[in-house]
Design a protein around this ligand. Sequence first.
Ligand SMILES: [Zn+2]
Ligand SMILES: [Zn+2]
Length: 259
Amino acid sequence: MESVLSLDDGRWSRPAEELCPQPTRDEREDTFQFVGLRQPSPPPILAQVQQEFTPIPPSKVADPRPGPAKPSEDGLPSSSSYQHVHVPVSLMQDFLRLARANTEKNLETCGVLAGLLKNRAFHITTLIVPKQESTSDSCQTLNEEEIFEVQDKLSLFPLGWIHTHPSQTCFMSSVDLHTHYSYQIMLPEAIAIVVAPTDESCPHGIFHLSDPSGVSVIRNCQQRGFHPHEEPSDGSPIYEHCSHVYMNSKLNFNVVDLR
Ligand SMILES: [Zn+2]
Ligand SMILES: [Zn+2]
């Protein structure tokens, strides 16, 4: 059964970014507080030179909101540098259902998006929900080897991740940006989906780091926990709505719940 549309038959669903064109700012975003996250310590050499972080002048702090999806000259979503990523339309809703028990307790839930490369486009075919530990604004995966095992066994690419913001708006925190950096350097097409059920203006967003500006800011940032980032020198946003994502109504996916 062929469930995948070809790339040029004009029957695409709307690009993901059109679903939430103008996310609004919310004062609850990035609290710039350090929380007890289980982050790896930087290597000793970095720890020595980066003991004290130079404060960023307020005018240079990067906007915590995402930039718009990059348009392309021909009016179609820009696809020159990225392969498309097909996202099943029911993914966010189904993930929210899996997350409900946590969401009711104001705890985040995270999952890994894995899939296949087919007809020169990535397709999310599997949602892996790992063992995890979460708070209201963070989520840490545990037993990561179990995730790799599932991906290896099914020969899947890690295509990104999804997590809830049970009470915050739809945006990427500084911790989220660092988490996503690891995905995006593995696969430039990797996406980060944030599901924010209490954000009426934008209940979900599909983001990635701007490349090269955002990627370079995060690569050069040694801080952990919640912290402000300096705006990229070229004025572009650190992260943005993806323009290489399509919501595919014919794409089904499996859930592997390891919790
Ligand atoms: Zn988050
Ligand atoms: Zn940082």
